[in-house]
Design a protein around this ligand. Structure first.
Ligand SMILES: [Mn+2]
Length: 442
């Protein structure tokens, strides 16, 4: 029940962000065709999910702020025995109204007629114009029809505002329910990464590890939050490698970027460990450097800090280490100026995390300034180093090595809480986890 209260609280917050005389439309996700008449498993739209816990497609949430009255109006599928026989239970209009404490609820089948009535009287319409194209086209046609009735006394929407930035701002700060879900996702991810460390060895394939992690994600939660990256050896040099089908070799590292979701809330974790269970000297040198950078960045997290400052810290530690290892010559300042690190570290250090693995929160405010961290925000910290095989600036002993270490960090009043701290990352812990046994089916 606590979660229902949270949905209502989020709707109210959003309603207060709308100009008086406004209506906001938030459609549920749609089914996506996989091939011919089969579909991908349904995944609820994140904006809709944030505002309402209904797990169904063919639904629409309407928020109205008119004449000082705030109303929540819900459209969803009607009960239908035959349809439910094929596709599963539906909550039904009456139960949904009650469960989600909506002011009004209507069958989704005739949403267009009812929405045309509801739109009248509102001056502004808020929706996410960059997704739900079909829905947008249908709404546009309703608005056009309404605009033709020029002699009607009440207005129809003639001002259109993008809803996504408003929801993005709200979604930046997680409430206690969301934090709880993200902690559950982190626990599942911990079990899966530990499983992967224990299972990986020469003779196994990336797909064995991928499938084992997928099983653990599904057993304990809601599957993966994104396509897992299980990259042995030089496959780690492809940042978004998802083929996951090569044999694992002794002497190689394996980079795994994989996270579970729980109640659609994502975790996003990378670990890199030796297939043999023991780091070589070169692997250890580079791994320790990435780990030092990651820990130094995490320690910075706290209210007021920015992702830019965190990224700069990662760059500083990595550059300093590369100079010490003799991979780079020259001074730290010179390399900071030339951005020479980009060659070995081409991605950012952090992104927002939440219902979307790259959560849709803004990174800059209306003045173009970087958003400062505040309690309740969740970000990743994921520095890495990647040494391409054909890069002649790299000593050959380091070529082909790719390392990334990533944790999920919650900003708190005093600093931070590392949600994924239980997943081994110190060299000793990682080697111990690699040497341990795992029982998958228990
Ligand atoms: Mn990430």
């Amino acid at each position: 029940m606590r979660e229902q209260t949270a949905f209502r609280a989020r709707q109210t917050k959003l309603l207060h962000m709308l100009k008086p005389g406004s209506i906001a439309l938030i459609p549920a996700g749609s089914l996506a065709t996989r091939s011919n008449d089969t579909e991908f498993p349904f995944r609820q739209d994140s904006q809709f999910k944030y505002l309402l816990g209904l797990e169904e497609h063919d639904a629409l949430l309407v928020l109205s702020n008119l004449d000082g009255k705030m109303r929540t109006i819900l459209f969803c599928q009607e009960k239908n025995a035959l349809a439910e026989l094929w596709s599963g239970k539906r909550i039904g209009v009456e139960r949904a109204k009650e469960l989600f404490n909506a002011d009004e609820a209507y069958p989704h089948a005739n949403w267009k007629e009812k929405l045309a009535e509801l739109l009248v009287g509102h001056k502004s319409l808020y929706m996410d114009f960059f997704s739900h194209d079909t829905f947008f086209t249908q709404v546009k046609s309703l608005l056009y029809q309404l605009s033709l009735t020029k002699k009607r006394k009440e207005p129809s929407p003639s001002e259109f505002v993008n809803l996504a930035p408003l929801l993005g701002r709200l979604r930046l700060i997680k409430d206690s329910n969301e934090i709880e879900f993200m902690k559950r996702a982190a626990e599942i991810t911990n079990r899966a990464h530990r499983g992967a460390m224990a299972l990986a060895k020469a003779g196994k394939n990336e797909k064995d590890i991928n499938a084992a992690m997928e099983y653990l994600f599904q057993r304990d939660g809601g599957g993966n939050a994104y396509e897992s990256i299980v990259a042995g050896g030089e496959n780690a040099l492809v940042l978004h490698y998802i083929e996951n089908d090569c044999a694992l070799r002794d002497g190689d590292l394996i980079l795994i970027d994989a996270g579970a979701q729980f109640n659609l809330y994502a975790s996003d974790v990378s670990r890199t460990f030796p297939v043999s269970g023991k780091f070589s000297k070169e692997q250890r040198e580079l791994y320790q450097l990435v780990l030092d950078a990651q820990k130094s960045c995490i320690q910075m997290v706290g209210p007021g800090k920015t992702l830019g400052e965190i990224h700069a810290e990662a760059g500083k530690v990595l550059l300093q280490g590369l100079i010490e290892l003799g991979i780079l010559t020259g001074t730290l300042e010179e390399h900071q100026k030339d951005d020479s690190l980009k060659r070995y570290y081409p991605h950012g250090t952090s992104h927002w995390l939440g219902l979307d693995v790259h959560d849709n929160g803004p990174y800059r405010d209306s003045k173009g300034e970087e958003i400062g961290l505040a309690p309740g925000m969740v970000l990743t910290v994921e520095p890495g180093l990647y040494f391409q095989l054909d890069d002649d600036t790299v000593p050959s002993k380091y070529k082909g090595i790719g390392i990334r270490i990533e944790d999920d960090i919650l900003v708190t009043e005093k600093g931070y809480e590392n949600l994924t701290a239980a997943i081994p990352k110190e060299i000793k812990e990682v080697e111990e986890a690699c040497a341990s046994e795992v029982t998958l089916f228990c």
